[in-house]
Design a protein around this ligand. Sequence first.
Ligand SMILES: *Cc1c(COP(=O)(O)O)cnc(C)c1O
Length: 358
Amino acid sequence: MITPQPGIMDIALYQGGASHIDGIDDPLKLSSNENPFGPSDKAVEAIAKAAQKAHRYPSTDHAALRAAIGETYGLDPEKIIIGVGSDEILTLLAMAYAGPGDEVLYPEHGFSLYRIIALAAGATPVVAAEDGRTVDVDALLDAVTPATRLVYFANPANPSGTMIPQSDVERLTNGLPDQCLLVLDGAYAEFVDGYDGGATMVAERDNVVMTRTFSKIYGLGGLRVGWGYAPQAIIDVLNRIRGPFNMSGVALAGAEAAVRDQAFVDRCREVNADERARLTGGLHQLGIACDESFANFVLARFADEAEALAADAYLKSQGILVRIVKGYGFPEALRITVGRPEDNTRVLDALRSFKGAA
Ligand SMILES: *Cc1c(COP(=O)(O)O)cnc(C)c1O
């Protein structure tokens, strides 16, 4: 019999954000934390130009993009690895450092990919409780066993949008045993003004890795580019198992132009912060609970699952797609990506009508 490796059939297929509503041509898609302004014009130009060279095999060492990231973020390009989204970096880490009998630990409401990649590596996923909707460092440390090889968490977190302070991240790192690697998923780090995503910690320790992405603030989710920053020894391991031509030339060129256009990133960060505050305030006015978010989405909490589903259905009827997050342990909530100002006004108007009709 042809049989897959143990654990693989325990993986439930990843559920992406909805992108389609029957009978509505152009829905307002606020279900995948994409940049509502799209990518920078400079990235689009670079992609078009690189398309003319599509017959050439791409770079295998990604040196130009690593140099651009290094310059922009003040990091050593030798300690950077480029992947097909940060998903690939997160996956390579599990492939390299976890296997049967090993445990991969992450928080209760953590990104759904962590479970998938743990099982794909043949390892055992282990979940630590959160403190409400916030990562709980003590619960993570309590859940560490001699079999724990990797700890993944996102700061800011998805889908809660909450963030833990650097002092807590350091306490977690200090408390981990020698065999255990900490992976700081910084998919939303650029939305936090002045936050380095954990890069300083990576430079100081030998057991911390940071992952970042071009899919969120850079508006390039469709291009599939992410990167990792890690101690040299770990980069060396990951480079042995990644595909030599994992990145297309188009993707490399688009990401390089994007990272060099920090004026675009700064504008997006500012508008996002203003609009996130307006969305959060508007939800509170409607009696919809919502924590302070540090990312480009908010988690709107309704009275119960029935009300959340009714709100989702009403938003759909108005052409608006948001994310149901029952699979993340929040059946009573909807995750709403911060859109353009006019989009957020539409969301708040729709929710006002929904609440008024209820
Ligand atoms: C969106 C997201 C990512 C990024 O995935 P890519 O593969 O880079 O598109 C990683 N982690 C979290 C928590 C995310 O929400």
